[in-house]
Design a protein around this ligand. Structure first.
Ligand code: NAD
Length: 497
């Protein structure tokens, strides 16, 4: 047990006594605020790290550095091959330290090691993907009118501000930083104050591989101060945000002053539609994975399960039987399938939605519904896998994003009814359909008002394909060439030679 404890301390790489700093203009700095924030392990409530608490002033310093690095120090002219080389180096170094990053992600965010190991591999792949994209052709030429030729080039936007949430701390860092840097921008990056440790360690790698001073800046602190300054600052040319829809709306408003370019990846309440002719066991598997992966704290979670009338009872019976078998525990234990929620505050929010569900007229709780309070788990923020059935579209638990392990089940009569219910939401992030009828699958998926969809699967995500939402789930796309283009301006050069 002692050897195991020593091994985990080494993997942790942070401590409750050392203050973690920000990386601004090539230096590790503590904020002049003198304030700090504790980072909590949600599996047991213990402090795993302490961070310096950044201020508006710190953001301004980072912006000045990023602006200088872009214009005066010449980062904007750095060849794509050099940017690619740096990003490949980041991927390689991260890969060598994969075990450590996965462990730290688990004690910071709570999700099981089996998920964070996957997240780290995905992060490495994302850096490699955009390292490759940097050097690929992005321009166009047109023979407009003899002898004129029009050449279209993509150029970096300039100084980019990026803000991410706590549900995929490391992976979201890559989704933001890799395309922005590949495209040649300089960056001010803010992780969630709830889960900052792996972003800090990633910036140690940025320093190690030798990004020039001021190209990558890490600021730490609260959304209302540091985050809001990123959205407001006149010298930031673009803000890219992932987080809740309400926060996205305030960022959009804050960004109007200098008409920043914006991309927003926001919340969801995504439908998972199962027809009677689906492969039954596969659909049950994916329904469980769709909602309980990452404790339901996934923007694209399949949080509404739509079942065709004729399989409704049988499907629920099997689903509940399986959900009850999910092994809930600390993410560091090998057999854990579901970990704690990210924080006490977030757990309270999820529990309050469960309470609303219990009180809503008509909804029936058939699985879970409680915080786990016994034994060691009582020290952490664990909530049972929870399922409500017999829900109706007007219920708050059906309309609002809970962002936890809470599934609501809806019944549908036919294809048209399924499509109507699926789209009956202000969100439009993701959705899936399960059926063995290929034509029906295509018909339904094309009518879903959502940006990320699956047929006979839920959740697999690829760097190559664009990620983002319709309706109030966001603006713009991440990943793929779409994600790269979001970090570029387009210039036409008309040539009379
Ligand atoms: P959040 O909106 O509370 O916070 C996200 C980030 O924004 C944090 O870094 C926070 O400090 C910062 N922030 C908060 N208020 C701010 C403000 N006024 N100005 C600027 N920045 C501010 O979200 P969260 O609770 O960390 O994450 C959960 C939400 O994120 C869910 O709604 C989920 O759906 C969404 N999400 C979306 C995607 C996607 O790709 N669409 C991915 C992951 C999470």
């Amino acid at each position: 047990a002692e050897a195991k404890a020593t091994a985990s301390t080494a993997l942790q790489g942070v401590s409750a006594t050392q203050v973690l700093k920000m990386f601004i203009d090539g230096q590790w700095v503590e904020s002049a605020s003198g304030e700090t924030r504790n980072v909590i392990n949600p599996a047991n409530g213990e402090v795993i790290a302490v961070t310096t608490e950044g201020t508006v002033e710190d953001v301004r310093k980072a912006v000045a550095a990023a602006k200088r690095a872009f214009y005066e120090d010449g980062w904007m002219e750095t060849p794509a091959s050099e940017r690619a080389r740096l990003l490949f180096e980041v991927a390689n170094k991260l890969e060598q330290r994969a075990e450590e990053f996965a462990y730290r992600e688990t004690i910071d965010n709570g999700k099981p090691l089996r998920e964070t190991e996957f997240d780290v591999a995905d992060t490495v792949a994302c850096f490699r993907y955009y390292a490759g994209i940097a050097t690929k052709p992005h321009g166009q030429t047109y023979e407009v009118a003899d002898p004129m030729q029009a050449m279209v080039v993509r150029e970096p936007i300039g100084v980019v501000g990026q803000i991410i949430p706590w549900n995929y701390p490391l992976l979201m860092s890559a989704w933001k930083l890799a395309p922005a840097l590949a495209a040649g921008n300089t960056v001010i990056f803010k992780p969630s104050e709830v889960t900052p440790v792996n972003a800090i360690k990633l910036f140690e790698i940025f320093e190690e591989v030798g990004f020039p001073k001021g190209v990558v800046n890490l600021v730490l602190g609260a959304g209302a101060t540091v985050g809001n300054e990123i959205a407001t600052n006149f010298d930031i040319d673009k803000v890219a945000f992932t987080g809740g829809t309400a926060t996205g709306r305030s960022i959009m408003q804050a960004a109007t002053g200098n008409l920043k370019k914006i991309s927003l990846e926001l919340g969801g309440k995504s439908p998972n539609i199962v027809f009677a002719d689906a492969d039954f066991e596969a659909a049950v598997d994916y329904a469980l994975f769709g909602i309980f992966c990452n404790q339901g704290q996934v923007c694209s979670a399949g949080s509404r399960l739509l079942l065709e009338e004729s399989i409704y009872d049988k499907f629920i019976e099997r689903l509940v039987e399986r959900a009850k078998q999910i092994k809930v525990g600390p993410g560091t234990a090998e057999d854990t399938e579901m970990g704690p929620l990210v924080s006490e505050a977030h757990m309270e929010k999820v529990l309050s939605y469960i309470q609303i569900g219990k009180e809503e007229d008509g909804a029936t709780l058939v699985c879970g519904g409680n915080r786990i309070t016994e034994g060691e788990l009582g020290k952490g923020f664990f909530v049972e896998p929870t399922i409500f059935v017999d829900t109706t579209p007007n219920m708050r638990i059906v309309q609002e994003e809970i962002f936890g392990p809470v599934l609501v089940v809806q019944k549908f009569k036919d294809e048209a009814d399924a499509i109507y219910l699926a789209n009956d939401t202000v969100y439009g992030l993701a959705g899936a359909v399960f059926t063995q009828d290929g034509a029906k699958a295509q018909r339904v998926i094309r009518k879903l008002r959502a940006g990320i969809t699956w047929i006979n699967a839920y959740h697999p995500t690829y760097n190559e394909a664009p990620w983002g939402g319709y309706k109030q789930s966001g603006i713009g796309r991440e990943l793929g060439t779409f994600g790269f283009e979001e970090y570029t301006e387009v210039k036409q050069i008309n040539i009379n030679l």
